[in-house]
Write a protein that binds this ligand. Structure first.
Ligand code: TXA
Ligand code: MG
Length: 308
């Protein structure tokens, strides 16, 4: 088993560490080490101009990485960190172009998973300031929610000194809500478990509806996609994989991949169910999308991209 203290040391030494968070597993590197960060892009096969989220151990590090922080962003950080939320803020000098993709902003998050927090604290004890981490999958593929999924995705790409920390299955199962905090009011760039209603309650500001917002990389066509073709809200045929709430029965000959009882469970199981389709060499997966707001909206966002 990989120890957190060893993992923190590996990061300081310029190696990569895949680690659990409550959303999905991240592929971490020292955010101040350009060579280490470059390895993330190679391992993921990710275009170099796509910015990375910097993970920090607590709200007290916010001012190291960001400046001109609006009051509403501080309110969000206080209410939802540690948690599944990334804030986009004006960057400080600490955030270099190799993190921000040349943008004047930086994405920051305090994750909630105990192992992630322990790793960040140990890393900071050794002099580190932040861990850059995208989801630990190959570019455009399904984010991993278990350590085994990370191995499946990246084992061939990682080097001998890179490590994978195992923290069980990610509780949320979908990537963090990304909130642009560079304007007079917050804007959601990627929906997640921290919902529009929660943001409005926390900030006292009303936010524009989703849909026509700035597009981040995750918004590109064909993201979060398994090999299997993903089809939404059609009648599944024999031989198809099927993901739907448990109240919907499995038609004869259809391979049930997930039957979550709740919307939260739907989010938590979705990515492993999509992976299961590929493991079973199923060529088509039909997903019956959940209705409603909140995390259901984040589920539909990911499914739209997975199916395009
Ligand atoms: O839940 C999560 O956010 C996970 C865990 C590991 O923390 N991380 C994650 O990272 O999903 P990634 O790189 O797969 O997705 C982050 C998204 C990318 O689409 C990136 O373009 C966007 O955040 N992003 C990062 N920094 C940004 C910035 N300064 N401005 C706009 N978008 C940014
Ligand atoms: Mg990703």
């Amino acid at each position: 088993m990989v120890l957190v203290t060893d993992a923190a040391k590996a990061l300081i030494d310029g190696n990569l560490v895949a680690f659990p968070t409550e959303t999905v597993y991240g592929l971490g590197a020292d955010a101040n080490n350009q060579a280490a960060v470059a390895k993330i892009y190679t391992v993921k096969g990710r275009p170099a101009d796509h910015p990375l989220i910097v993970h920090i151990s607590s709200i007290t590090k916010l001012n190291d990485w960001a400046r001109d922080i609006p009051e509403y962003a501080n309110a969000l950080a206080k209410d939802f960190w540690p948690g599944p939320m990334t804030l986009i803020l004006k960057k400080s000098d600490l955030a270099k172009n190799f993190i921000t993709g040349g943008q004047v902003t930086v994405g920051l998050r305090v994750p909630k998973h105990p192992i992630a927090l322990e790793l960040l604290k140990e890393f900071e004890k050794l002099g580190g300031q932040g861990v850059a981490a995208p989801s630990a999958n190959r570019f455009g593929k399904v984010s991993p929610t278990t350590a085994d999924s990370v191995k499946e995705e990246l084992a061939n790409e990682l080097s001998e000194n890179d490590l994978i920390l195992d923290g069980g299955q990610s509780e949320v199962g979908l990537e963090s809500t990304i909130i642009d905090c560079t304007q007079s009011a917050p804007r959601i760039l990627r929906p997640g478990a921290i919902t529009k209603e929660m943001i409005e309650r926390s900030t006292g500001l009303s936010i524009t509806t989703l849909g026509d917002e700035i597009r981040v990389s995750g918004a590109l066509d064909n993201h979060y996609a398994p090999k299997a073709k993903v089809l939404l809200d059609i009648e599944p045929q024999p031989g198809d994989g099927y993901i739907a709430l448990s109240k919907h029965e499995t038609p004869t000959g259809v391979i049930r991949l997930s039957a979550p009882k709740t919307i939260d469970e739907f989010a938590k199981e979705l990515y492993s169910a999509l992976r299961l389709a590929d493991q079973k060499s199923i060529s088509r997966v039909v997903v019956r999308q959940p209705d409603g707001e909140g995390i259901a909206l984040a589920i539909r966002d990911r499914l739209l991209k997975a199916s395009s």
